[in-house]
Design a protein around this ligand. Sequence first.
Ligand code: SER
Length: 317
Amino acid sequence: MKNILVIGATGQIGSELTIELRKRYGNENVVAGYIKGAEPKSELRESGPCEIVDVTDAQMIENVVKLYKIDTIYNLAALLSVVAESKPLLAWKIGIDGLWNVLEVARQHNCAVFTPSSIGSFGQDTPHVNTPQDTIQRPRTMYGISKVTTELLSDYYYNKYGVDTRSVRFPGIISNVTPPGGGTTDYAVDIYYSAVKGEKFVCPIGAGTFMDMMYMPDALDAAINLMEADPAKLVHRNAFNIAAMSFDPEMIYQSICKYIPDFKMEYDVDPLKQSIANSWPDSLDDTCARNEWGWNPKFDLDSMTKDMLEKLRIKLK
Ligand code: SER
């Protein structure tokens, strides 16, 4: 990775991944691609090149790839699961028509491509506990359908054209920088904001609903380390199960109560979010990622809680 383009650089993952890539590969070598209405701010805008890159416009992608001699594309443009259910056509247009554009430009200009998949690529019929790397997927949400298609199309471009595509199935990602918007796992971010603001948290996901989650520093390591991995060791490509922690709302609540004992939570379950959560795995088996490229997360629930509360206290002061 010498010259990198991040598409979706102002989103939940992109805003932190771009900064991390700039730290590791040099500010001038990482282009933040954004769309109108989601302009980069402060550190992201000032620390390196920024260009408008709409994933639905192949020419726009190609122009930036040529201008900056890009060799690696992080394609993060997507709608999260709940929003995708209300705008399925748009979810497909961004997630899959956009991916075609990225893959075609990558094929013509010899770029490696990382396009995230998700725990949302699994469905009701998937084994829910310790979900294997290679298993039945069959999701019924548009988010999941677009993620399975992402995996298949990315593998297609690798097998047919030799495009160096790689991906992980991200769990719910928790961070204190850019909030997610419209995901099923968002509650696990929102709960920390409520705790630090001294507010009661109203949880939209029911007690006993387990989902895989991950703290952002580990998610960034996953995306970067996989793209750096020795290709000779990769048996899989699109996409690796990765896991760091699995919890239900009670567990994250208890973890926060260790630091804020009078924190209160009640439930008001959102039927759409709950049905999506029910269809997703409780926990993934990430053995292949560990064996093939050394995946090894650093944060568990309690160490994440400690760090989230410290950082949010400063941010919300
Ligand atoms: N965080 C995503 C969502 O909830 C799942 O990958 O939509």
